[in-house]
Design a protein around this ligand. Sequence first.
Ligand code: PEP
Ligand code: MN
Length: 272
Amino acid sequence: VVDVDGVQIGGRDVVMIAGPCAVENRSQILETAQAVKSCGGTILRGGAFKPRTSPYSFRGLEVAGLELLALAREETGLPVVTEAMDTMQVDAVSCYADMLQVGSRNMHNYALLEAVGEAGKPVLLKRGIGATIEEFLESAQCILDTGNPNVVLCERGMRTFETATRNTLDLAAVPMLKHHTRLPVVVDPSHGTGHWWMVPAMAKAAIAAGADGLLVEVHNCPEDALSDGTQSLRPEKFRTMMNDLRAVAEAVGRRCSTADTDHVVRPLMAVG
Ligand code: PEP
Ligand code: MN
């Protein structure tokens, strides 16, 4: 079980990590974080340093993004996970984040794996786009070998011949990883499919397959998102999904937090 500031990943509860692909501005992250919290999300995600395939895409607010994540944590009480793309970013990211993310593109970056391990905070390690299970576990071992036992594995889809989906989500990786390791396993159906409307179905399937948690992109206004809007759930869809996931979790002996029905998702007042 990996403890992220009081949230246990790998216990009975299925943990929901949710938030925008990237931190874009104050109102976007605060509104989205409030929505995540009110819908039962347990950890807030959001990229400040963004690895983008095209050099012309939005690459994140960097340290300003980390500061906004810290503000969102203060307002919601949700722990925060965000990515460090480079060894030089690890100090800054670990000053602000409760959990450090190593992205798919960096799963083979052994210097980074060592640096995030040594930072001492829990690490969310995403599977490389073309990495075998064995390579994935070897990368996890690089972090563990620094003496940091708090590694969570994330299946996020891989590159195949299929182009209808952004990646091919390998749900068979869940029981396979669990067969070979005691590390918690979470699934990212957002990057795994690339389509918001596929996310609820694959989230249910991931829980049924034994995932300890999900990582889902949620945006207060996906049509305006600077990155990954097409795979981001708007808050209402996220709320419905959360309520639907509970029955699946219970069917496999797990628990899943549900939306707070008294709380209406509305834009924050007085955001600058
Ligand atoms: C992300 O989760 O922010 C991300 C960039 O995903 P991936 O590394 O899986 O592409
Ligand atoms: Mn994304």
